[in-house]
Design a protein around this ligand. Structure first.
Ligand code: NAD
Length: 414
């Protein structure tokens, strides 16, 4: 495919920026890209604003910086149709049309939210924005942030329409889910709410309107619930294991033709960039009195240590090379942010003779080796991220520890 360079020039001129229907700040990130493409698919011209020039350059050249299913075709179409403009600084945003913010919102070393990230971003783009312009927070935020932002802007003498419309996609399938899922929409004022509804109706099959603080809780509850679900199944796994019972068989029997348990996930390493962080944001809001959230953290993070202890009982790890299969935080992903595979690597490195790692998707870790090499050099293999490709791998009869229940065979240990 040939991309017309004028469609995608990083140094887009002001006229091209002003011609955009919407700006996505953080538009080259995991949430930003599917949103940008969904907006472009809806016929809008989008200013993809991001500080990461590498990711912008890749998008401009028609390449995705990370795996996003179905997004390649959408990116090609958006570029060919001239729907994307790429900008790399806060002063390259039009004061005319809505701005959606999708930047990362981390927690700090005390597991507390960092509101300053939002404040700094808004302060930086503020000179570019005009009064009465719609600013939508799409990042996951601490309850009260939207109302705080509205009053912060008022105190600065600015009259912007502030909305909060949380992203709830599952990473990797964002584009598909944006087409299918209802969007929760909220506004700090009725006018902000109305404008945000108008915008999100362009891409969503349905919008659900609630006040901002409720929308903020809805997002955090969604992620904390999911994190707790993983903890439930992981704890069941540990209880079954302590009784010498095969949890995979129990789980299969429990779920068979039994609709109420359809959603119970399989056991495995539950982490990644959002679930822990958002559970801890909720906990920070609850003055650390979020018992289930903290219990989930203990179980999900502790699982790695339980597995290492279990392996230590079974094997003389000090004399063994152990191969870790899958370093991404989940299956079929190339994202290693907050992946428990790395915690596993760290803990195991203090126990085993050597730890080798492999992942077919991850491109950002120079220590990764080819799967065949890891299998050949390892005495023991651990399924860390259950990528589909591992189902077809030849493990040469070597033992594979697989708590996910991803593999079958005589060499598989649970
Ligand atoms: N990853 C997910 O699947 C997911 C799902 C739902 C919600 N969320 C939430 O969405 C938000 C973004 O998460 P993400 O995974 O997309 O993060 P990300 O790091 O992949 O993307 C954030 C992007 O924002 C850019 N950025 C940061 N500060 C900026 C600034 N001041 N101006 C312009 N660009 C800036 C970064 O360069 C990056 O490209 C977080 O609040 C997260 O909790 C994420």
């Amino acid at each position: 495919m040939t991309i017309r360079p004028d469609n995608a020039a990083l140094l887009a001129n002001q006229a091209a920026i002003d011609a955009c229907d919407v700006t996505v700040v953080g538009g080259a990130g995991h949430v930003g890209i599917p949103l940008v493409l969904a907006l472009a698919e809806a016929g809008l011209r989008v200013n993809v604003n991001d500080l990461n020039r590498t990711s912008l350059g890749m998008l401009q050249a028609g390449r995705l910086p990370f795996i996003e299913n179905g997004a390649q075709e959408a990116l090609n179409r958006a570029l060919l149709d001239g729907r994307l403009v790429f900008t790399d600084s806060p002063d390259r945003i039009s004061g005319r049309r809505p701005v959606i913010i999708t930047i990362g919102t981390p927690i700090d070393e005390f597991f507390n939210p960092v509101r300053k990230v939002v404040q700094d971003c808004v302060d930086a783009i503020l000179p570019s924005l005009a009064d009465r312009q719609l600013v939508v927070l799409r990042s996951t935020t601490f309850p009260g942030t939207t109302e705080w932002l509205a009053s912060y802007l008022r105190a600065k003498g600015r009259d912007l329409l502030v909305a909060f419309c949380p992203e709830r996609i599952v990473q990797g399938d964002g584009l598909k889910e944006l087409r299918e899922l209802p969007q929760i929409v909220s506004g700090a004022t009725p006018e902000a709410e109305r404008e945000a509804v108008r915008l999100f109706e362009r891409i969503a099959p349905e919008v659900v309107v609630i006040p901002p603080t409720e929308a903020e809780f809805a997002k955090l509850f969604t992620n904390a619930y999911r994190y707790i679900e993983f903890a439930v199944t992981n704890e069941f796994y540990l209880v079954a294991k302590s009784a010498g019972v095969d949890y995979q068989r129990v789980l299969k029997a429990m779920k068979h033709n039994y609709p109420r348990l359809k959603g119970v996930p399989r056991p495995g390493f539950a982490a990644g960039p959002c679930l822990v962080k958002d559970t801890m944001q909720l906990s920070a809001f609850a003055r650390n009195q979020f018992a289930l959230g903290h219990a989930a953290l203990l179980v999900n993070e502790g699982l790695v240590l339980h597995v290492v202890d279990d392996l230590k009982r079974r094997y003389d790890l000090a004399g063994m090379t152990v191969g870790l299969l899958g370093m991404a935080f989940k299956a079929e992903s190339d994202d290693i942010r907050a992946s428990l595979s790395y915690k596993f690597k760290k803990v195991l490195s203090a126990q085993a003779r050597a730890v080798l790692t492999t992942d077919p998707f991850v491109k950002t870790d120079p220590e990764l080796r080819a799967l065949d090499e890891v299998i050949a050099m390892s005495d023991l293999l651990i399924m860390c991220a259950p990528h589909a490709a591992y189902r077809k791998a030849d493990f040469r009869g070597k033992p594979v520890f697989d708590l996910w229940g991803h593999l079958e065979g005589g060499n598989v240990i649970r």
